[in-house]
Design a protein around this ligand. Structure first.
Ligand SMILES: [Zn+2]
Length: 303
């Protein structure tokens, strides 16, 4: 109860802040002087598409799950056998994700899958429960709380109907009938990696932080990651640092796509720090180690 009252107050304050931010960005758009302004414009144009005024009828959970499964079946394309380390990583992400999902508002069949590509620095979710995370994104993490924050953010996109509403908007634009699940083939898969409207991203960050904390994680997991993203965005996107042994050209492209489709990491970090202060979570600094356990016996993965 206390949290919901605090949340309403916070939302009012935050709503004004967001409106201010929006208008300052609108003004900045007329003078695209920095690479950052250009990045923001591209991302805004992409996001505005998903915000056309449309009448959306809420689908049943069953229908939403069926739509998500249809897309998930197209993602299930891993043909090579996974190494023991990859299987260990998969199991680790599933375990952390299952704990997060236990605390989600909606009771949906949440699943957590690693996309085994070190150049994929992104995470996304599908309607009804499937959550994906690229191995490149996992490579950036130094503690389990960071992983929990990303998975919780993705669960919140599903929990708050962002995913299903997005497919409903796309279906209306393409004049597709959502009752005919097969019609969804016309929607490309990379559609899901494009991020959401800025206020939906902030909502997923905010609610994701509460979800991660309820699941026993430090709120600093999100703050740590946003801080690292801010540094990477500054180095590789704003100042166009050339590829090095740390990040390949493909990884940088993937990361740039992630930054274009999400609010600036500095803004996400600022929101995370505001929530930590508001909820008096400053003492919750203990992070769990990022620990993948696996064992190989006679060439077989055993745990
Ligand atoms: Zn997001």
């Amino acid at each position: 109860m206390k949290r919901s009252v605090a949340f309403v107050v916070f939302f009012l304050v935050f709503g004004f802040a967001l409106a201010g931010l929006y208008w300052s960005q609108r003004r900045a758009k007329s003078i695209p002087v920095s690479p950052n302004a250009i990045l923001n414009m591209a991302a805004d144009a992409q996001r505005d598409l998903s915000r056309l005024p449309m009448h959306l009828t809420r689908l049943s959970d069953e229908q939403e799950v069926a739509i998500g499964r249809e897309f998930a079946s197209r993602y299930a394309s891993e043909t090579r056998p996974l190494t023991a380390e990859e299987q260990g990583l998969e199991k680790y992400v599933r375990r952390v994700g299952a704990n997060i999902a236990l605390h989600a508002r909606r009771h949906l069949p949440y699943t957590f899958t690693v996309l085994h590509d070190h150049n994929m620095l992104n995470a996304f979710s599908l309607p009804g429960g499937p959550v994906y995370i690229g191995e490149g994104m996992l490579d950036l993490m130094t503690n389990e709380d960071e992983l929990a924050s990303v998975l919780a953010h993705e669960v919140e996109h599903i929990d708050h109907y962002h995913c299903v509403e997005r497919v409903q908007v796309e279906a209306q634009l393409r004049k597709l009938d959502l009752d005919v699940v097969g019609a969804l083939v016309e929607i490309p898969l990379d559609f899901w990696q494009a991020g959401y409207h800025k206020d939906e991203e902030f909502e997923a960050d905010r609610e994701g932080m509460y979800l991660a904390v309820q699941s026993g994680y430090s709120p600093y997991g999100a703050a740590d990651l946003f801080e690292r993203f801010a540094k990477l965005c500054d180095e590789y996107v704003i100042h166009a640092k050339s590829p090095d042994e740390e990040l390949s050209q493909l990884a940088i492209q993937s990361l740039s796509g992630y930054f274009r489709s999400h609010p600036l990491p500095s803004e996400r970090l600022a929101q995370a720090n505001r929530i930590i202060a508001q909820e008096h979570w400053e003492s919750r600094t203990a992070r769990k180690p990022f620990h993948v356990a696996y064992e190989v016996r006679n060439g077989e993965f055993v745990k």
